[in-house]
Design a protein around this ligand. Structure first.
Ligand code: ATP
Length: 317
């Protein structure tokens, strides 16, 4: 049997929701979702190393906003994998972040997913796909998708996944904001706006139709038609994110002026996601967004990319 590694590094991608439909709040306070996720090439790397005592360090983008205690999703992931496993021991976790924190791109979920896969490899646990999914869903609704990657449909709380029939590669431009948005706060704002319009925000789930992703989006993905994907892009959380950060309206307007095929707030925001027609168009869009000064940072990425994957077998030392 090959010896177990001293350290393992796993890379996990950010996500964008091409479509995000939000049903009313149920009795437990959650909203039924229907979403199309796509994993994009912005990554966090999580290294898990055998150590005398447990620790967690974070470096990179927004590192100062990430908790370094047991509330960190990567820490919780390592504990979840180690439970009942004889090989498990203390580890030093280090996270290299490139995904914005509280940016609506599932950065914390990516770290949780990466840490699950890393701890599994470090200790030779051999988790089955089903077990990995169960542990991921226990950490958070977006974690199963961060494990899976690609393009997928999420229902329930976003954690019931089915791979989407999707062709093609997509060119994305992301405009980051220097101030994050808390996901629960954005959902609460959506409820408030819906109530203001006289909509029933907390009707029993059985009396409400389940949200469903649109045929337009599924057809566009199936044919790999970026223009049609752009037109079908939609996010029910966008109005709430714009209400909490009104300057995002300007960011979206600039993307539209520069001919983005589609432009929406990503997930719960405040990152804005723009779909470009080509590599060159993405470069032009990125330059225009940067020059306008509306965003704190602008990044290009490709999608879809794989989910959490081992990038370092940790055979050194
Ligand atoms: P989502 O798109 O899944 O709604 P998000 O991208 O908007 O999430 P995250 O970056 O995942 O937001 O961070 C949300 C909060 O989670 C942070 O404010 C932080 O307190 C907490 N958190 C816990 N673990 C992590 C982690 N490893 N990285 C970043 N944030 C973390």
């Amino acid at each position: 049997m090959p010896s177990l590694p001293e350290a393992v590094t796993v890379r996990a991608a950010a996500k964008v929701n091409l479509e995000l439909l939000v049903g009313p709040r149920d009795a437990s306070g959650y909203h039924a979702l229907a979403t199309v996720f796509q994993a994009v090439s912005l990554y966090d790397d999580v290294t898990v190393r055998r150590a005398r005592r447990c620790s967690l360090t974070v470096a990179g983008r927004d590192a100062e906003h990430v908790p370094t205690d047991e509330s960190n999703l990567a820490w919780r992931a390592v504990i979840a994998v180690g439970e009942g496993h004889p090989e498990a021991g203390p580890v030093a976790i280090s996270i290299a972040k490139d995904i914005p924190v509280a940016g609506g791109m599932a950065g914390g979920s990516a770290d949780g997913a990466a840490a699950l896969v890393a701890a599994d490899a470090l200790w030779g646990v051999g988790l089955s796909r089903t077990e990995l999914h169960r542990l991921a869903a226990g950490l958070g609704a977006d974690v199963p998708f961060s494990v899976l990657g690609g393009t997928a449909i999420g229902t329930g709380r976003g954690d019931e996944l089915a791979p989407a029939m999707a062709r093609g590669s997509y060119h994305w431009v992301f405009a980051f904001s220097d101030e994050g948005l808390s996901t629960p706060r954005v959902f609460a704002e959506l409820d408030r706006l819906r109530a203001e319009r006289g909509e029933d925000v907390s009707a029993p789930a059985q009396q409400q139709p389940e949200p469903e992703v649109s045929t337009a989006m599924m057809t566009a993905l199936l044919s790999g038609d970026a223009e049609a994907v752009g037109q079908a892009m939609h996010n029910d959380l966008q109005e709430a994110a714009l209400s909490l950060q009104p300057r995002l309206v300007d960011t979206l307007a600039i993307g539209q002026e520069c001919g983005a095929l589609g432009g929406i707030v990503s997930g719960s925001g405040p990152t804005c996601a723009f779909l470009a027609a080509s590599h060159e168009h993405a470069l032009d869009l990125a330059v225009a967004l940067t020059a306008s000064g509306v965003a704190s940072d602008v990044r290009r990425a490709q999608g879809p990319v794989p989910g959490a994957r081992l990038i370092h077998p940790g055979k050194e030392q």
